[in-house]
Design a protein around this ligand. Structure first.
Ligand code: 1PR
Length: 569
């Protein structure tokens, strides 16, 4: 059968991509056999995870040779993220694994002394081949696209030929990398169009409608002649291309939906104050679980209002088995039909045993979520246990934790650590000699001048002998890609983020940090970005109750000179 094919090797969430293609009115067929590749009229290759495992999968499944032939025939091809990187000669991520070698150049690790790595979030692109060619591919200069990667092809390092392939560049910190390539009908993006809101959907549309091929005739013949590296093509780009990029990486606003079954058994979005999600009886409430809406509908609302990411936390999943917890899978499946920004799911990402005694490793649990539309999983309690083990082993992992196994299979960028800390006040650092003690902005209830932040498990129900700094350092070493930093003290209080805690964690790791808990006004977002430098800020209650709309948050940030993604339409 001809038509559009998807080259999927099972490494991550392709559901959103398939949904976006279908939304645009196109059918898409999964490549099941190497011979399918040459049958395709259009081929999309959304790579996720590590470069080495992507290449290994291409070889194991015998896709590599037909893929090279397909590319040599200059048939319409769209590579996404690692799907683009595999076209290069190799990657420092797995130095011994050669790439397909279609484009000269090597994929490098971002430098992380002055910026968080992965490059995770929204950034703009600048055209190298002139605005018209970028527009033909649906790319617009003033719109931001969603990137998530630690490795990239650096533009300035690129050979003349690599520069000729370059359609756009993007700047992250002081590094400029190739964010899309195009020659003939071959078009690839380092960013994820299927996660880039309506701006990204336009890029997919251009590819599917064929407008990405406009004006490409000039290089068609050359591609057809080449099996591997096409020769010089100076019509496309001069060798001394001025670098038009500037760092337009934006801060992210994350809408969080705490989900659980209420007393009637319906799955609802709830929200606690300091993690208590029931109506307060002493305040005249019923004692029921607070019901702030339905998860799928609320997620869609936040996407349309401009949320840069959506996080679902299944807050009671420690009680039951997530593999049987089909409602959350259904929530993800339905959300990914209409929401085209990254989706994170947390709660119950750990090894589980079914009631019939069947064991499911955390990797399998996470895989189920990725297949159903999640881009990242967030690990809470299990991360605390993994960190404890890390220190018990003298500062190393043994390869078996959920963090390690999921990061290995799906990449670090897919592993978020959700931290649920609680302040423990002490009079002096000597009172907590094994912990990282800091001075809070306000003294404790008995005038204590110091505190440490204790990690908790099971939704804050149990405190452990581990502080937040110990946790985040260990989790980063084990392979986590991002920290979602809650605060049990600030949660739902609307008094602003815990700046001391946020700053301390931001300083302790090089992976991105999401500040969470306590947002009560748009100014709180300004404060946390300006004062701590975190990459993202999350809120729940104020969005659910429509007290502070997303639009107001973004408008205030923009007025304060903080780069933020424009609300998409
Ligand atoms: O331990 O891996 O099963 O994960 C459980 C997950 O559920 C963790 O991510 C944990 O944070 C979350 N969780 C468990 N119990 C609760 C609860 O509230 N009773 N929610 C809970 C955590 C905090 C944030 C909240 C922010 C912002 N809620 O999710 O959205 O504090 O709120 P605000 O803007 O209204 O202040 P595991």
């Amino acid at each position: 059968m001809t038509g559009t094919y998807l080259l999927d090797y099972g490494a991550g969430n392709v559901r959103s991509l398939v949904n976006a293609v279908k939304k645009l009115g196109h059918d898409i067929t999964y490549v099941k056999d190497p011979s399918d590749i040459l049958k395709a009229d259009k081929l999309i290759f959304p790579g996720v995870g590590a470069f080495g495992s992507a290449m290994t999968s291409l070889h194991t499944k015998k896709y590599a040779e037909p893929l090279k032939q397909y590319l040599a025939q200059n048939k319409p091809f769209m590579g996404i993220c690692v799907g683009m990187q595999t076209l290069f000669e190799g990657s420092d991520e797995n130095p011994d694994v050669p790439g397909l070698g279609v484009i000269p150049g090597r994929v490098r690790l971002f430098e992380s002394t002055t910026k968080a790595v992965p490059h995770m979030g929204w950034n703009t692109t600048r055209s190298i081949q002139g605005p018209q060619r970028a527009q033909d591919c649906g790319l617009e200069q003033d719109r931001a696209y969603y990137f998530v990667h630690s490795f990239a092809v650096l533009f300035n390092e690129g050979s003349t030929e690599a520069k000729e392939w370059t359609l756009t560049t993007t700047q992250y910190g002081d590094q400029v990398f190739i964010s899309s390539v195009r020659r003939g009908n071959i078009f690839c993006t380092q960013f994820h169009p299927e996660k880039s809101g309506f701006a990204g959907v336009n890029v997919l549309k251009a590819f599917l409608d064929g407008s990405a091929a406009n004006g490409a005739q000039a290089d068609v013949d050359l591609i057809a002649q080449q099996h591997t590296i096409p020769g010089s093509l100076s019509v496309l780009a001069p060798t001394t291309v001025p670098n038009p990029s500037k760092d337009e990486f934006t801060k992210r606003i994350v809408a969080c939906l705490d989900v659980r079954a209420n007393d009637q058994g319906d799955l609802v979005v709830t929200k606690g104050d300091q993690y208590d999600v029931r109506e307060q009886i002493e305040g005249g409430g019923s004692g029921d679980v607070r019901n702030l809406g339905k998860p799928v509908e609320l997620a869609r609302r936040y996407f349309e209002e401009g949320a840069d990411e959506i996080t679902f936390l299944n807050i009671t999943s420690f009680r039951n088995c997530p593999l049987l917890d089909m409602p959350m899978l259904e929530v993800l499946r339905r959300t990914s039909e209409t929401v085209f920004v990254p989706l994170t799911i947390g709660g119950g990402i750990k090894d589980v045993v079914d009631p019939d005694g069947k064991f499911h490793p955390a990797l399998e649990v996470a895989g189920e979520y990725f297949r159903n539309g999640a881009d990242k999983v967030s690990i809470g309690s299990d991360a605390v246990y993994a960190a404890e083990k890390y220190y018990a082993l003298g500062g190393r992992g043994d390869g078996t934790s959920a963090i390690e196994t999921i990061a290995h299979a799906y990449g670090s960028q897919a592993v978020v650590i959700s931290v649920d800390p609680k302040k423990v006040y002490v009079d002096s650092p000597a009172d907590a000699p094994t912990h990282h003690v800091i001075e809070p902005l306000q003294p404790g209830p008995n005038g204590e001048k110091y505190c440490w932040y204790q990690c908790t498990v099971s939704g804050g129900r149990e405190g452990r002998d581990l502080d937040v700094r110990q946790l985040v350092v260990a989790c980063q070493a084990l392979g986590a890609g991002e920290i979602l930093l809650n605060s049990m003290d600030q949660d739902g209080m609307k008094q602003g983020y815990d700046m001391v805690l946020v700053q301390d964690v931001r300083d302790a790791v090089r992976i991105p940090v999401i500040a969470s808990s306590g947002a009560g006004s748009a100014q709180h977002f300004v404060d946390v970005f300006e004062k701590t430098g975190v990459e993202a800020a999350l809120a729940a209650g104020i969005f659910h109750r429509r007290e502070v709309p997303l639009e107001e948050v973004k408008g205030t940030l923009r007025q304060n000179g903080i780069r933020i993604r424009n609300i998409d339409a």
